[in-house]
Write a protein that binds this ligand. Structure first.
Ligand code: ZN
Length: 175
């Protein structure tokens, strides 16, 4: 027969181990992880798609808050420089009233091109997170880092969703 006190101890033990596993897992502790913000960038990419633009979307985050959003607008603005990242960098600087994006992270669905990596260099942004690599035009294709030395670059977040959106777009365009 199991005594009441031992049941209380074992359930307490279960609760403690549950809480340890809960708090040691960053995803549960902090819902605002890279995946969460990449989903927001994907929403922007879908907005571009609806406007018949190449579907690339970006958001800039500061202290877990989205301070800027942008998507590719090269057709709409008839401007080859109107990439998602450029839209987001400009909006973030306007929001902060500062040209340097210290303490900020850029999330973008596709790897930044050399132009955008250059703009990100000038912004001195803390972190760049991109979804899918761009083999042809991605900044990494030049063989050396174009980002600021203090910028952390992370890739492969929701890679499939990000690249599928691009593949579908170009398949439909070729029809
Ligand atoms: Zn670009």
């Amino acid at each position: 027969m199991v005594e009441k006190s031992s049941i209380a101890i074992s359930s307490k033990h279960f609760l403690v181990s549950y809480l340890i596993s809960y708090y040691s897992c960053g995803m549960l502790l902090n819902p605002y992880n890279d995946e969460y913000f990449m989903k927001q960038a994907l929403i922007e990419a879908k907005n571009a798609l609806e406007e018949d633009e190449i579907p690339v979307g970006a958001v800039i985050v500061c202290k877990n808050q989205i301070i800027a959003r942008g998507h590719n607008l090269t057709e709409t603005l008839i401007d080859v420089t109107a990439h998602a990242e450029i839209q987001a960098i400009t909006a973030a600087s306007q929001y902060l009233g500062a040209k340097y994006l210290k303490g900020c992270t850029l999330y973008v669905t596709i790897e930044p091109c050399c132009m955008c990596a250059g703009a990100l260099f000038w912004s001195q942004i803390d972190k760049v997170v991109f979804g899918a690599r761009d083999e042809k035009r991605g900044a990494s294709s030049v063989g050396k880092s174009l980002y600021h030395p203090s910028t952390l670059v992370v890739n492969g977040i929701m890679e499939k969703e990000c690249s599928d959106l691009m593949k579908d777009f170009f398949v439909k365009k070729r029809r």
